[in-house]
Design a protein around this ligand. Structure first.
Ligand code: SF4
Length: 358
C-alpha cells in the first residue's frame, strides 16, 4: 500500500535532487565508486563527525588501500590506524569483514545485498549505503539524519528508534527512493539532515522541500522526532599502574569482562596484577561511550613474577605501538609533555621517582 501521493513523491524527489546537485559538499568518499572505499567511509562516519573522519579516512586508505591489505593486517595495526575515531569495535569488525571477503568472496567486494549484509559490522543502513552508492542498487537507507528529515517532513511523532516508527521510516525510505539514482538520492537525504535540517534550529528558509514539510507548517520542527530515552552516563574511577623494569613497561590486554576498550592494550588496572602502588604520576578525565572515566596512573612495583597470559613487557619507546586509546595517550601526554602531543609518548616518562621496593 502506498504511503505517499505520487505527485508529492515527484516533487520531493525533484526538489531535493536538484538541490543536492548544486549544494553537495565535496567529500573524499564522494569522489569514488569503489565499494571498499565507500564501505570504509560509511563505517567511519557511524558515530563520528565528517570533520574528524575526513583526514583519518585518507590516512587509513594509504595504510590499507584495499581489502587484501586490510585482511592481512594485524588487529593492533588496524586499531592504531583507527586511533582517535573511537568505538573501536568498528575497526575490529572491518578487519574481520576484510578477511571474510578475501576467504569467501575471493577478495572482491561483494555486490549482492545479502552478502554485504552478511559482513561483520554491517547492518541494514551500511548495506543500503554501499549497495546504492557503489553499485547503484535500489536499496534505501535510514540513519539519524534521514529519520529526522522524514519525521519532520511527514509530521511523525515518537522515538525514531522505537520499532513502530522505525518500521514506518524504512517503509517511507523504500517508497521515496529514486530508483534512477539511488546513491545520489540517499546521499541527498542525509546531506539535507546534516547541513540544513539540524536537530536544533533547522534552516527551514534554505530547505528545498520546505513547502511540503508538515513540521514547519505546524511551526515547531524541533519537536520532531521525540527524544528517545538516553542511556545514563556512568562515572568510572580507574586506577592503573605504570610498572617499569629495565626499560620495559608492563602492559595488559583487556580481554576479560571489561566494559570499555575491550581487546585493547593498556596499563594494568589495580587488581589485575599484584603490585605495590607508588606515587601518582597523572590523573586525567576521558569519556568513552557513556562512561566518564577518571584515570589515575600510578607508578608501581610488581610483587613477584610477571603475570602471564594477558600481560606483555613492552620497551618504553614502543609504547605508542600498543596504546591506541586516547584514554592512555592522554595519561601519557599529560605526564610526559606540557604540549600534550602524542610525541610525549616517546619521551615518557621524563623523570620517574624510584619505584617502591618490595
Ligand atoms: S522545512 Fe525545516 S524542518 Fe522541514 S525538512 Fe526542511 S529544514 Fe527540516
Amino acid at each position: 500500500m502506498s504511503l505517499l501521493k505520487p505527485r508529492l513523491k515527484e516533487k520531493l524527489r525533484d526538489g531535493l535532487s536538484r538541490w543536492y546537485r548544486r549544494h553537495r559538499r565535496d567529500l573524499p568518499w564522494r569522489r569514488t565508486r569503489d565499494p571498499y572505499r565507500i564501505w570504509v567511509s560509511e563505517i567511519m562516519l557511524q558515530q563520528t563527525t565528517v570533520k574528524t573522519v575526513s583526514p583519518r579516512y585518507e590516512e587509513f586508505l594509504r595504510r590499507f588501500p584495499d581489502v587484501e591489505a586490510l585482511a592481512r593486517s594485524s588487529e593492533e595495526s588496524v586499531l592504531r590506524a583507527w586511533a582517535g575515531l573511537g568505538y573501536y569495535r568498528r575497526a575490529r569488525a572491518m578487519r574481520e569483514a576484510a578477511i571474510k571477503i578475501r576467504d569467501i568472496h575471493g577478495g572482491a567486494f561483494p555486490d549482492r545485498y545479502e552478502d554485504v549484509l552478511g559482513l561483520p559490522g554491517v547492518g541494514r543502513y551500511t548495506a543500503g549505503a554501499v549497495m546504492s552508492i557503489a553499485f547503484g542498487g535500489p536499496y534505501p537507507l535510514v540513519d539519524g539524519n534521514v529519520a529526522r528529515v522524514f519525521a519532520r517532513l511527514f509530521g511523525l511523532r515518537g522515538d525514531s528508534k522505537a520499532p513502530t516508527l522505525s518500521k514506518k521510516l524504512w517503509a517511507l525510505a523504500e517508497e521515496l527512493l529514486d530508483r534512477r539514482a539511488p546513491g545520489d538520492w540517499n546521499q541527498a537525504l542525509m546531506e539535507l539532515g546534516a547541513t540544513i535540517c539540524f536537530p536544533a534550529a533547522p534552516r527551514c528558509p534554505a530547505c528545498p522541500v520546505a513547502r511540503h514539510c508538515a513540521a514547519r507548517l505546524e511551526g515547531s520542527p524541533e519537536a520532531y522526532p521525540s527524544k528517545g530515552v538516553r542511556r545514563r552516563r556512568q562515572g568510572v574511577r580507574l586506577e592503573a599502574f605504570y610498572i617499569e623494569r629495565a626499560g620495559r613497561v608492563l602492559l595488559w590486554k583487556r580481554d576479560g569482562d571489561e566494559r570499555f576498550l575491550k581487546g585493547h592494550w593498556g596499563f594494568p588496572e589495580a587488581g589485575r596484577v599484584e603490585a605495590v602502588p607508588g606515587r601518582l604520576l597523572t590523573a586525567v578525565r576521558h569519556s568513552i561511550m557513556n562512561f566518564d572515566i577518571f584515570l589515575e596512573l600510578r607508578q608501581a612495583a610488581l610483587r613477584g613474577g610477571a603475570p602471564s597470559g594477558h600481560a606483555r613487557w613492552v620497551p618504553v619507546e614502543r609504547l605508542k605501538d600498543y596504546l591506541v586509546s586516547s584514554l592512555w595517550l592522554k595519561g601519557l601526554s599529560a605526564h610526559g609533555t606540557a604540549s600534550g602531543s602524542l610525541d610525549g609518548v616517546r619521551s615518557f616518562p621524563p623523570k620517574l621517582a624510584r619505584a617502591p621496593s618490595v
